[in-house]
Ligand binder design. Structure first.
Ligand code: BT5
Length: 234
């Protein structure tokens, strides 16, 4: 059951650190109002103004026969659904770990693995004003508020998130990525977009059944990539 037990810290370095190495059951979550050293992927940072965002981590103990790398995408489906439930707008999933609303990144996901435990961190920009969002973000940042003009109850957003995550994780345990594939593919932000990977340009085709991104490169040939950075043309 995702969301039990629930650890809350008014402020912490990173909710990931509250769960990594902790002896807690699957489904335990850590929630905070402010992170002093919020983590992105690859040593990057995640920043937010205190009291404006949903910031949480979830402890999972996936079975060995499932591909844990797929968990970012499974989580992204649940995050997109929580954003949609709050705003009534359609959200997209930008492979491999971002949730987009109106072409802006409103949420990021970070999955860290230690032994057989995966800690999935989720940051959703909820009530930040435009001025409170990072201006220099790699992908333009938005919040639910900056994009809709409305403020939201962060506890409602996180309650929906945990409920959706619970269902999506159960589907993944049961059937792997196939269990969430339709709801992932229909939200694929990069599909059909011009993209760049390193110094190679091409067109993104789709997220495949293994959770990889298929790209048709301009130099010819299709390739799937497992991880890494994809820039898109705006
Ligand atoms: C991510 O990394 O998008 C994963 C973010 C995960 C954050 C959650 S919050 C709860 C949990 N505890 C943590 O410590 N982390 C997780 P990445 O794709 O590497 O994106 C990071 C980049 O996004 C940064 O280098 C900035 O350019 C940009 N960025 C930073 N803060 C942002 C924000 N609030 N909204 C949008 N973009 C942001």
């Amino acid at each position: 059951m995702i969301g039990k037990p629930r650890l809350f810290a008014p402020e912490c370095e990173s909710t990931q650190l509250l769960l990594l190495g902790a002896d807690l059951p699957e489904g335990a979550v850590a929630v905070t109002d402010h992170q002093t050293a919020g983590r992105g992927r690859l040593g990057r940072t995640w920043v937010e103004a205190p009291g404006t965002a949903v910031l949480c981590s979830v402890l999972l103990r996936p079975p060995a026969e499932r591909r844990a790398v797929e968990l970012s995408l499974v989580t992204a489906v649940a995050v997109a659904e929580a954003v949609e439930a709050a705003t009534g707008l359609s959200a997209q999933i930008k492979w491999p770990n971002d949730v987009m609303l109106n072409r802006r990144k409103v949420a990021g996901i970070l999955a860290e693995m230690r032994d057989s435990v995966v800690v999935v961190g989720i940051g959703i920009n909820v009530n930040q004003t435009r001025e409170q969002l990072p201006a220099d973000a790699r992908t333009p940042a938005g919040s639910l508020r900056s994009l809709t003009g409305c403020e939201y109850d962060r506890d409602d957003v996180s309650a929906t998130l945990f409920a959706r995550f619970d269902q999506r994780y159960a589907q993944w345990l049961d059937r792997g990525l196939d269990g969430v594939f339709d709801d992932l593919g229909s939200r694929d932000f990069l599909r059909g977009r011009r993209v760049r990977v390193g110094d190679e340009a091409g067109t993104a085709l789709q997220i495949d059944r293994q959770g990889r991104l298929e790209i048709a490169f301009d130099t010819g040939g299709h390739r799937t990539i497992d991880s890494g950075e994809v820039e898109f043309e705006r």
